[in-house]
Write a protein that binds this ligand. Structure first.
Ligand code: M3L
Length: 296
């Protein structure tokens, strides 16, 4: 890894950048599980209560439920997001990545490119995210002899059961809420990142690794803070019909959640989401910058 003050452009040739992305995901997953449970179940009083109950009932492994599909899919989902983003920016500004430091793109272009990437990645993410959420919400302890097995035995069994019961459309449950969540907030994600890099880098130079980490971390937080209300709705739509009532649609989910739990429902999981977002997105942007520079 480069020294914090060194410029990324002086360090080409590092191609194994997917490692840190996956590592960030593994470290962030326990936070994600607590978040999903807080958003969709009403049995917990808060973060600590959820952590204690999960640990007591399911041991440390409980926090890692539903992690395998995100690990398998993160490379594809992030390639779509970052690939569409850079190509959209290329089309909008007609400047290559190298030229862009001297002629920075406008924030409107960055926002449009980010929204386009967000919109398209949402459809790749939807089935993987659905299965993740369903598995994270299974609070049964690990199968013990004699105890009834959980509804889903693993990610493939989960996917197959949804497919059998509801057909391919079933795998896209909550996809509309996911698209609404990700389209504007990924625009915000890239604008925050570019703005913070621009603030702390002399004109025409590449940002240092430290700048990339900090800007990436804050981009993650800003994006998740703005995404949390629709994140709650998305998770509830994905769980609909299982542990709680079925909703007639997205609006019905919004209205009945607010009626039953007040406006605070939109901020469920905000703290834990932000804590997870910093490290995960710091390493994501560092990987992205390394890849751009090593591919030239
Ligand atoms: C747009 N939204 C806030 C939902 C996600 C933004 C960051 C995505 C990143 N893969 C992560 O898991 O943190």
């Amino acid at each position: 890894m480069t020294g914090a003050g060194e410029s990324l452009v002086n360090n080409p040739g590092r191609r194994r950048a997917s490692g840190p992305g996956a590592l960030g995901l593994v470290l962030g997953h326990p936070f994600d599980t607590v978040k999903v449970r807080l958003q969709t179940q009403t049995t917990y009083q808060g973060i600590i209560d959820c952590m204690v109950k999960t640990y007591r009932h399911e041991s440390l492994l409980g926090f890692f439920k539903g992690m395998s599909f995100p690990i398998v899919s993160i490379a594809v989902v992030n390639s779509v997001l970052f690939g569409v983003y850079s190509n959209a920016l290329l089309a909008l500004t007609a400047t290559s990545h190298q030229e862009r430091r001297a002629q920075p793109p406008s924030y409107t272009h960055v926002f449009i490119a980010g929204c386009t990437g967000g919109f398209l990645q949402a459809y790749c993410l939807a089935p993987f995210d659905l299965i993740k959420v369903r598995l994270q919400n299974q609070t049964e302890p690990r199968a013990q002899p004699g105890s009834p097995p959980p509804r889903y035995r693993g990610p493939v069994h989960c996917a197959a059961s949804i497919f059998q019961a509801e057909g391919p459309r079933g795998l896209f449950r909550g996809a509309w809420a996911l698209t609404l969540r990700d389209t504007p907030t990924l625009g915000i994600y890239f604008v925050t990142y570019e703005w913070l890099c621009h603030q702390s880098t002399p004109d025409g130079q590449n940002p240092s690794s430290a700048t990339v980490l900090v800007a990436g971390g804050f981009a993650g937080i800003t994006s998740w803070v703005t995404a949390t209300p629709l994140d709650v709705i998305k998770s509830r739509m994905q769980m609909a019909g299982l542990e709680q009532r079925a909703y007639r649609g997205l609006l019905d989910c919004v209205v009945s959640s607010v009626r039953q739990e007040g406006l605070g429902v939109f901020f469920r999981g905000l703290t834990i989401n932000s804590a997870r977002a910093f490290p995960v997105n710091a390493v994501t942007f560092l990987s992205y910058e390394y890849l751009l520079h090593s591919w030239g």
